[in-house]
Design a protein around this ligand. Structure first.
Ligand SMILES: [Zn+2]
Length: 61
Protein backbone atom coordinates (compact mmCIF):
# COMPACT_ATOMS: atom_id res chain seq x y z
CA UNK A 1 0.00 0.00 0.00
CA UNK A 2 1.13 3.52 -0.71
CA UNK A 3 -0.19 7.04 -0.32
CA UNK A 4 -0.90 9.32 -3.23
CA UNK A 5 -0.35 12.99 -2.47
CA UNK A 6 -0.43 16.20 -4.43
CA UNK A 7 2.53 18.49 -3.94
CA UNK A 8 1.36 21.60 -2.05
CA UNK A 9 3.74 23.72 -4.10
CA UNK A 10 1.38 25.47 -6.50
CA UNK A 11 3.99 25.81 -9.20
CA UNK A 12 4.67 22.07 -8.97
CA UNK A 13 1.42 20.26 -8.17
CA UNK A 14 2.90 16.89 -9.04
CA UNK A 15 1.51 13.64 -7.76
CA UNK A 16 3.74 12.07 -5.15
CA UNK A 17 3.60 8.48 -4.04
CA UNK A 18 4.76 7.96 -0.48
CA UNK A 19 4.87 4.82 1.64
CA UNK A 20 2.01 4.22 4.08
CA UNK A 21 4.48 4.59 6.95
CA UNK A 22 5.10 8.22 6.03
CA UNK A 23 1.76 9.36 7.51
CA UNK A 24 2.29 12.30 9.84
CA UNK A 25 5.89 12.60 8.72
CA UNK A 26 7.64 15.07 6.50
CA UNK A 27 8.40 13.96 2.98
CA UNK A 28 10.13 15.76 0.17
CA UNK A 29 8.67 16.25 -3.28
CA UNK A 30 10.88 14.53 -5.83
CA UNK A 31 10.01 17.17 -8.43
CA UNK A 32 10.56 20.47 -6.62
CA UNK A 33 12.30 19.28 -3.42
CA UNK A 34 9.68 20.98 -1.26
CA UNK A 35 9.31 19.35 2.15
CA UNK A 36 5.80 18.96 3.53
CA UNK A 37 3.92 16.84 6.04
CA UNK A 38 1.85 13.89 4.94
CA UNK A 39 -1.69 14.12 6.35
CA UNK A 40 -2.62 11.35 8.78
CA UNK A 41 -5.77 10.66 6.74
CA UNK A 42 -4.00 10.65 3.38
CA UNK A 43 -5.63 8.41 0.80
CA UNK A 44 -3.99 5.10 0.24
CA UNK A 45 -3.87 3.33 -3.07
CA UNK A 46 -3.11 -0.24 -3.88
CA UNK A 47 0.29 -0.79 -5.34
CA UNK A 48 0.86 -2.21 -8.77
CA UNK A 49 2.11 -5.43 -7.30
CA UNK A 50 -0.25 -8.32 -7.90
CA UNK A 51 -1.55 -10.13 -4.87
CA UNK A 52 0.56 -13.14 -4.17
CA UNK A 53 -1.14 -16.25 -2.92
CA UNK A 54 -0.57 -16.78 0.77
CA UNK A 55 1.74 -19.67 1.47
CA UNK A 56 1.37 -21.81 4.51
CA UNK A 57 -2.20 -22.94 3.97
CA UNK A 58 -1.90 -26.58 3.22
CA UNK A 59 -4.91 -28.59 2.23
CA UNK A 60 -5.71 -30.96 5.05
CA UNK A 61 -8.24 -33.68 5.52
ZN1 LIG B 1 6.66 19.50 -5.84
Amino acid sequence: MALTLICPNLVCGQTIVAPESSRGKVVRCAHCQKAFMVPINAKSVTSEQPEAPKPGKKPRK
